[in-house]
Design a protein around this ligand. Structure first.
Ligand SMILES: [Fe+2]
Length: 194
């Protein structure tokens, strides 16, 4: 009985060729998407990644968020596409930031300082509602700028309370080791979403 030889590449069926080409193109597309995703991750995580502790990291994210909102406020109604893109980036920054606070920092505030966490979560809910309104709004509508200014005002007041009162008070109550652990836990929460 003659020995079976392997089928040379050139004589594979056309279907096998199509499958191979499709698989290659899927891999290339996945690679491009992964790179874009890495770029977005690096951008969103940059403020926290450079911080020495959770409190500094969140403060830097606050500053980056307000700066991004100021940039969006400076756009004109003649560029609705640019407004949509910038709003999407802001929503992503805020979503990552909110998850870190809601899943890690606020529970710790609730454990250590009681009531304040409930109010902070409520304010986050109001911010999410405003972001939802901005998303569904016509970007050429004059109300877009008004709602955006309301969002900025609400965020700034919320951030002042966190930065000037609640966060320093929590950091003070915790030991160095507990603060280090809290920073690690916050970063883990951020990496998962960004
Ligand atoms: Fe915050």
């Amino acid at each position: 009985m003659p020995e079976e030889k392997p089928v040379p590449r050139s004589s594979r069926s056309p279907a096998a060729g199509i499958i191979a080409t499709t698989a290659r193109s899927v891999l290339v597309t996945a690679g491009v998407a992964a790179l874009a995703n890495l770029g977005r991750k690096a951008l969103t995580q940059a403020p926290t990644a450079m911080a020495r502790d959770w409190c500094e990291g969140l403060t830097r994210e606050h500053e980056a968020t307000l700066a991004a909102i100021d940039k969006l406020m400076a756009t004109s109604a003649d560029h609705p596409g640019s407004r949509t893109m910038q709003l999407n980036a802001i929503k992503h920054m805020i979503a990552k930031h909110a998850l870190q606070e809601e899943n890690v920092i606020y529970p710790m505030i609730a454990r250590e300082a009681g009531d304040a966490a409930g109010e902070l979560n409520k304010e986050h809910g109001e911010v999410k509602a405003m972001l939802f309104e901005l998303t569904r709004m016509d970007k050429t509508d004059p109300a877009f700028a008004t709602t955006l200014a309301q969002l900025r005002g609400a965020l700034e007041e919320h951030m002042r309370e966190e930065e000037d009162v609640l966060f320093p008070a929590l950091r003070e109550r915790l030991s160095d080791d507990e603060n280090r652990k809290l920073t690690r836990a916050m970063n883990m929460a951020g990496v998962m979403v960004a």
